[in-house]
Design a protein around this ligand. Structure first.
Ligand SMILES: *[C@@H]1O[C@H](CO)[C@@H](O)[C@H](O)[C@H]1NC(C)=O
Ligand SMILES: *[C@@H]1O[C@H](CO)[C@@H](O)[C@H](O)[C@H]1NC(C)=O
Ligand SMILES: *[C@@H]1O[C@H](CO)[C@@H](O)[C@H](O)[C@H]1NC(C)=O
Ligand SMILES: *[C@@H]1O[C@H](CO)[C@@H](O)[C@H](O)[C@H]1NC(C)=O
Ligand SMILES: *[C@@H]1O[C@H](CO)[C@@H](O)[C@H](O)[C@H]1NC(C)=O
Length: 413
């Protein structure tokens, strides 16, 4: 087993991008998550809140399909229907990843991954390893590639999540999933390459036990974990990336060296959705375990006042509850989380919190779905990385997802 190799795979985002920027004129690559300059000056700053007018879920032409994953089946058969349908799309995304990795490291890097990643996979809990093996079989990819595919979501989800209380006290939960860093900017189409490949992979999944839906999630075909989900009349959960230098790399290296008590974020959230039967229990399960990498959990409950931002380090946690006065930014009826700690000012080159606060205050509590949709569709809360917008009502257990496509002019992130 080669800890060195794994570390290189993740550190390469930095190496790779610097070099690619020098050698390729037509695609803009990030140097690393937070040390880059905008490719152009022409992207508009915040220009007022989006106003869709009449919000309705039926007017969305960006409908996505729903699949069932039956947890009573043997693990390697659970994802077969979904993965068989999305096989071509998964292959396209992986090929795109491979092509870009090949440019720098040559083809050998993916051969090494094929050799070593399955060993890493076997250190995962057995059920998840078997699910992965089934997904690999059904998609025609190797287990190593599917593990890489799954790990990407742990590290490259740049998002906005909002919990709000409506006038009647009901809790609503909205989120944008922004993804696509790492694999390059296409200046002709003004799109992130990976975001384009991800859009066809977005699906709703109902997880079944005893023939009943125990929770619903919006996810990417081929991904085992949970980034956006609701358990009817119990709680809803979204995950945002928390970027800390070396945060994840240290954790992965420790994991490989056998420090296995740490939890992978996506598998922890999956377990929480399956096992927690209340807002309180979910909160405890998310705060306690040691994690491989830092992350933000945004949790909403089925009763008034149940909304919380959980800022996780690898072993520490900070919480901010709805209605508390710890921050001057938010009014007492909502919470907003982007990719920065709530107690610090967002950096000027990525301030999505400020516009979100302005627009939450503008649209108010009267029509919660419309408020959330409008705020999440406001540039730059909505940006070129945004793949989808989801709106959740916890009590009803509804999770409505729209594919997003931010038309130019629009911020790249
Ligand atoms: C990958 O590269 C090959 C050869 O250069 C090309 O034919 C193929 O279209 C590329 N695939 C993707 C998804 O970019
Ligand atoms: C860019 O846009 C053109 C024309 O709309 C399309 O044919 C092409 O596939 C797009 N490229 C990517 C990488 O999305
Ligand atoms: C689920 O429903 C099907 C028919 O709809 C039935 O054949 C099967 O026995 C049920 N399974 C369980 C675990 O209840
Ligand atoms: C909220 O969920 C808890 C735990 O599942 C449950 O005991 C309680 O009755 C629910 N509250 C309402 C208003 O349904
Ligand atoms: C927050 O501040 C407002 C007004 O300053 C006050 O009415 C409210 O009770 C405070 N809430 C908490 C939880 O301290």
């Amino acid at each position: 087993m080669s800890p060195f190799l794994i570390t290189v795979v993740f550190l390469c985002t930095t190496l790779y991008c610097v070099r690619a920027q020098d050698t390729k004129k037509d695609v803009f690559y990030l140097k690393n998550g937070f040390e880059f300059k905008p490719p152009r000056d022409e992207f508009p700053p915040f220009q007022g809140c989006y106003d869709e007018g009449e919000y309705s879920t039926s007017n969305s032409k960006n409908k996505i399909p729903t699949y069932k994953v039956n947890l009573d089946l043997p693990p390697d058969q659970r994802w077969t229907d979904l993965v068989s349908d999305k096989r071509d799309e998964i292959t396209k995304l992986l090929n795109n990843m491979k092509n870009h990795t090949d440019e720098i490291f040559g083809h050998s890097i993916f051969q090494l991954i094929d050799t070593y990643m399955p060993l890493l996979g076997r250190t995962l809990p057995r059920v998840y390893y078997e699910e992965l093996a089934g997904i690999a079989r059904d998609s025609g990819e190797t287990i190593g590639e599917m593990i890489i595919f799954n790990l990407f979501y742990e590290f490259f989800s740049f998002c906005t999540s909002i919990v709000m209380e409506a006038k009647d006290g009901q809790i609503y939960h909205g989120r944008n999933l922004d993804f696509g860093l790492f694999l390059g900017w296409d200046p002709k189409n003004q799109t992130w390459l990976t975001t384009e490949y991800l859009r066809p992979l977005v699906v709703n999944v109902d997880f079944l036990k005893n023939n009943e839906t125990i929770f619903s999630s919006t996810t990417f075909a081929g991904y085992l974990g949970v980034l956006t989900a609701v358990k009817k009349n119990t709680f809803s959960l979204t995950v945002n990336e928390r970027f800390k230098m070396n945060g994840g790399y240290v954790g992965i290296t420790e994991w490989i060296f056998g420090h296995r008590s740490q939890r992978w974020m996506g598998l922890l959230t999956r377990q929480v959705m399956e096992e927690a039967d209340s807002f309180k229990m979910a909160q405890e399960m998310l705060i306690k375990p040691e994690l491989v990498a830092p992350v933000y959990f945004i949790l909403a409950g089925n009763e008034t006042n149940q909304g919380i931002l959980i800022t996780r380090g690898r072993s520490d946690a900070n919480t901010l509850a709805i209605g508390s006065n710890q921050t001057h930014d938010f009014q007492s009826w909502y919470l907003i989380q982007t990719n920065y700690d709530h107690w610090v000012k967002p950096p000027f080159y990525d301030d999505r919190r400020g516009p979100a606060v302005t627009c939450m205050n503008k649209w108010g509590q009267d029509n919660p779905r419309k408020t959330l949709f409008n705020v999440l569709s406001t540039r730059p809360v909505l940006n070129k990385l945004t793949v989808y917008t989801s709106i959740i009502n916890v009590v009803q257990g509804t999770l409505t997802t729209h594919l997003q496509n931010c038309k130019s002019p629009c911020w790249p992130w």
